[in-house]
Design a protein around this ligand. Structure first.
Ligand SMILES: NC(=O)c1ccc[n+]([C@@H]2O[C@H](COP(=O)([O-])OP(=O)(O)OC[C@H]3O[C@@H](n4cnc5c(N)ncnc54)[C@H](O)[C@@H]3O)[C@@H](O)[C@H]2O)c1
Length: 456
């Protein structure tokens, strides 16, 4: 059965035993670990699986391998209640302590290939392994972000291996959480979407999400897959749109903050994702935008606007290097301090962070770079692309002796820095505010030369 309707789930209540599922979540990254922990919080018995033995060993010792506010608490509580356990084997995840998982989530990575398509080999490997260990009706839920028609491939993959004809359904349940607010986003989402092909799978998914008070949209599998790619590409488009407007603002001396405010007050437009900056990054927007373009072309339609969104973003990632050149003339031997390295605040995720491109462009021109990030430095230290960056113990050390200080990530704590102290310690008091974090008037009053994105 395919349905297409929305409803509001019941408010949180103690789960009757029949609605409590044994769940296996494969992949314990930003999405899988949050999904597993939150489903346990909702009362289900969850086993999280990962092929990374180090991750599983850390989790078994109560250590959380990623920085995500609130996640440690929820993992600890559910481990203690024995609703959440960890293993390195899918077989064990599907049959744990004598209980069989009837719902298996696939939450592995779907990284970009060089041609922009999504690498779905981990999704295929997990689907095949799940098929090998199914012994009774199983709902296989794809939570990873995948191109449309992946559900069909998962179904075919399982069918090939499932010689005994064990019944199963494949469901698409895209995840919309954002890193930094992942737990809140999972438990209080704007909407829950799942694409199903049978009433049985729909019932199981409704039970899985019972207790989450959010609009629920039940669709066919392909529509659910497209909702995720279309949503992320649309959000990326909003960011590139305001970044393009910011370029025009700089050319005519207008203020993009006011333009964005004026646009955002129109409820049809909305104020979110209208903040100009040094471009979007992270593990989702860049790759999903490209994968959406790739699959559209594959299906015979060149969704060309998506290419422009990427191009505008690539240009915007050059904002700091351009401003450095405009203000400092020759760059060899000059020192730039970077505030922030993570692709956005409240995460340690460095995947496709704009800081990586910014550093590459500056290093090419002979600039010495110092940087500080409140939580992403351990991950930054491991990146070969950042090996020339001197990582500092705090923002003040990054600013000391610098010819310019550039804001790359808008960590709220940077807005509270002692600017007088920074002014005294810099060789040249130039601030390049790539996230429009500071008040231009306050910085200029303190003696700085201040450049913000798209504002005078
Ligand atoms: N990070 C986000 O904010 C976010 C938000 C929504 C959707 N998504 C999507 O969710 C998916 C996962 O993203 P993520 O950020 O959690 O990735 P991640 O890299 O943090 O986690 C993926 C995990 O899967 C594990 N894995 C890979 N192959 C495996 C296998 N064969 N068996 C068991 N484990 C395996 C990896 O070891 C890793 O721990 C991606 O498709 C992503 O696009 C991510």
């Amino acid at each position: 059965m395919t349905t297409d309707h929305a409803y509001h789930a019941a408010p949180r209540h103690p789960k009757p035993d029949a609605a409590r599922h044994d769940v296996c979540v494969v992949g314990t990254g930003y999405v899988g670990l949050v999904t597993g922990a939150c489903l346990a919080e909702l009362g289900h018995r969850v086993v999280c699986v990962d092929s990374d033995a180090k991750k599983i060993s850390a989790l078994r010792q109560g250590r959380i391998p990623i920085y995500e506010p609130g996640l440690d608490e929820i993992v600890a509580r559910n481990r203690k209640a024995k609703r959440l356990t960890f293993t390195g084997s899918i077989r064990e995840g599907m049959l744990h302590a004598g209980r069989r998982a009837d719902v298996v989530f696939i939450a592995v990575g779907t990284p970009p290939r060089p041609d922009g398509s999504a690498d779905l080999s981990a999704v295929e490997a997990v689907a095949a392994e799940v098929a090998r260990h199914m012994t009774d009706y199983t709902v296989i839920v794809d939570k990873s972000t995948v191109p449309v028609e992946t559900g069909d491939w998962v179904k075919k993959t399982v069918a090939r291996i499932n010689k005994k004809g064990v019944p199963y359904d494949v469901v698409s349940n895209p995840e919309f959480l954002a890193e930094g607010t992942a737990v809140k986003d999972f438990l209080h989402p704007d909407r829950v979407v799942f694409g199903v092909t049978s009433a049985r799978a729909e019932r199981a998914m409704r039970e899985i999400y019972a207790g989450i008070d959010a609009p629920l949209l039940v669709t066919d599998v392909k529509s659910a897959e497209l909702i995720k790619h279309a949503s992320n590409s649309f959000l990326a488009t909003k960011i590139s749109f305001i970044n393009a407007v910011s370029v025009l603002c700089e050319k005519v001396g207008a203020d993009v903050s006011l333009v964005a405010q004026g646009m955002g007050l129109d409820r049809r437009i909305g104020s979110q994702f209208l903040r100009p900056g040094v471009g979007f990054g992270g593990f989702c927007f860049p790759k999903d935008l490209e994968a959406f373009h790739w699959i559209s072309k594959q299906k015979g339609y060149d969704f060309a606007m998506l290419k422009d969104v990427k191009e505008i973003n690539d240009f915007q990632k050059g904002w700091i290097p351009r401003k450095v050149s405009e203000n400092l003339w020759n760059l060899e031997g000059k020192t730039i301090g970077l505030l922030g390295l993570a692709f956005k605040p409240n995460t340690d995720d460095m995947r496709f962070a704009p800081s990586i491109d910014i550093v590459a462009a500056l290093v090419r021109r002979g600039v010495r770079i110092k940087a500080y990030d409140p939580v992403a430095m351990p991950r930054a230290r491991a990146l070969p692309e950042l090996k020339r960056v001197r990582l500092c113990k705090d923002a003040y050390e990054a600013a000391k002796g610098a010819d310019a200080l550039a804001v790359v990530t808008e960590w709220p704590e940077f807005a509270k820095l002692d600017v007088k102290r920074i002014y005294r310690s810099m060789r040249n008091p130039l601030v390049l505010d790539g996230r429009n974090l500071f008040d231009p008037a306050a910085l200029r009053a303190a003696g700085f030369t201040y450049c913000g994105v798209g504002r005078p």
